[in-house]
Design a protein around this ligand. Structure first.
Ligand code: GDP
Ligand code: MG
Length: 182
């Protein structure tokens, strides 16, 4: 099985732009209008010999009770359940917001590894960006620019490091009758 990377974060932080970067497609709709990606959206990416699945979600309001925001939250919840690892995106230009803090509270209960990704970080002072978002409690924030491609390769390698490579898995299958990792 390919590891499944799920992108979550409030609307407009750049999830769909990052999805496109990670899958090298234009599949996810990128727009200035918040909330445009209403369904979960799947794509396959590859770094070196390693394939991974990426899931884009709509902007996520974990406390929405009805309407389209509720439906988006439901989709995001399903995506979280499918995740091997979560990328929690925030906007380095906007700074930390109360909405980010709500999402952080939800993700703390996700029972999955979470990496905090500070997008739109091109040209921003790394130390300042990190200081602001450190308070969300997911360790050192990883600054990237999805639009420019900065920091993406390092991000993917870090995120996938705990997962076995396909090559390893194949040889595990061939060499052992009772140890199958899939
Ligand atoms: P989503 O709602 O989280 O999926 O966000 P989108 O991917 O649709 O992007 C929202 C807006 O942020 C768009 O105008 C993007 O062009 C812009 N954006 C995305 N990534 C970056 C980035 O790395 N830097 C800057 N400056 N803008 C970005
Ligand atoms: Mg989107």
């Amino acid at each position: 099985m390919k590891p499944t990377i799920v992108l979550v974060g409030r609307p407009n932080v750049g999830k769909s732009t990052l999805f496109n970067r990670l899958t090298r497609t234009r599949d996810a709709l990128v727009a200035d209008q918040p909330g445009l990606t209403r369904d979960r959206h799947y794509g396959i990416g590859r770094v070196g010999e390693r394939d991974y699945l990426v899931v884009d979600t709509a902007g996520f309001d974990p406390v929405a009770k009805d309407g389209i925001m509720h439906e988006m939250a439901r989709q995001a919840e399903q995506a979280i359940a499918e995740a091997d690892v979560l990328l929690f995106l925030v906007d380095g230009r906007a700074g930390r917001t109360p909405h980010d803090e709500q999402i952080a509270a939800r993700l703390r209960r996700a029972g999955r590894p979470v990496h905090l990704v500070v997008n739109k970080a091109e040209g921003l002072e790394r130390a300042l960006v990190s200081a602001d978002f450190h308070a969300l409690g997911f360790g050192a924030p990883l600054p990237v620019s999805a639009a420019h491609g900065d920091g993406i390769k390092q991000l993917v390698e870090l995120v996938l490091a705990p997962f076995p490579e396909d090559g390893d898995r194949k040889s595990t299958r061939l060499n052992s009758s009772h140890l199958v990792i899939s």
